[in-house]
Ligand binder design. Sequence first.
Ligand code: 13P
Ligand code: SF4
Length: 296
Amino acid sequence: MKDREHGGDALVLAHYYAPAEVQRTADFVGDSYALAKKAKESDKDTVVFCGVSFMGESAKILCPEKTVYLPEPAAHCAMADMADEEEIMRLRREVPDLAVVTYINSSARLKALSDVIVTSSNAQKIVAALPQKNIYFIPDQNLGKYVAAHDTSGKNFIFGRGYCPVHAAVTAEDVLRAKTAHPDARFLTHPECAAEVCALADYVGSTAGIISFAEDSEAREFIVGTEEGVLYELERRCPNKKFYLVRVRFLCEDMKKITREKVRAALAGELPPVEVEEKVRVKAERALLRMLELAQ
Ligand code: 13P
Ligand code: SF4
């Protein structure tokens, strides 16, 4: 299979954390929000989603009429189940005027219990647009706290306890060490990192936001505080700029399970398609459609 020459009626989507050889194969590479929108808007009958399972599930939830494949169905996001269904129900009973705001890095079951889904590129805007005063933000506590710290709409926040083990492992010491080694570099990071890490950043945002910031910036060097897969797109778009990872082996192992061979198997229909139980799908769809509406 040559780059972008898979042919046929399938749309191949890849996240920026997919291996470079897989990103090269895709019709479109993006952050979680752009990929969900692309899947929804495509007129193709088949979507091959080169990402972790919540991404393929989200595409299936939004496009039940399409056949969606995950090249590696066993690639999961470690954070996707880090919220407690009982706790959601309890807070719904006990806290008046509550919106359950769920990061897209979550299982279909959690999405189905939510008022709205957000991604790192739209969470701030969506939370501010909600009519409810109280926000239960799950599963990512770091993203939730980042949104709360920058909220100007006067919401009260309750945070879940989930986290991304890959981003939460970055420490302020890692950043200071990288800044000492590269004193002229700007530090760009993802809001899944801890507050003390984000506080040291010149830019905090989604993977797509990080890439756009580096592209538009006049700076020549950047310390990158997200998974190393983004280096492929950063170096492709900014061949004359230098990028340094904030820590060695900044790696989402599950994303790296996806290979070109597995994409080929998905395109050949050799894998089981993504299925989401209809009762769950309908409820999760409502929350995802609310995201698409409020993120406009
Ligand atoms: P983005 O939505 O920024 O692409 O992030 C997805 C993700 O899984 C970050 O760890
Ligand atoms: Fe999930 Fe973290 Fe991997 Fe993103 S980097 S997919 S949040 S485990």
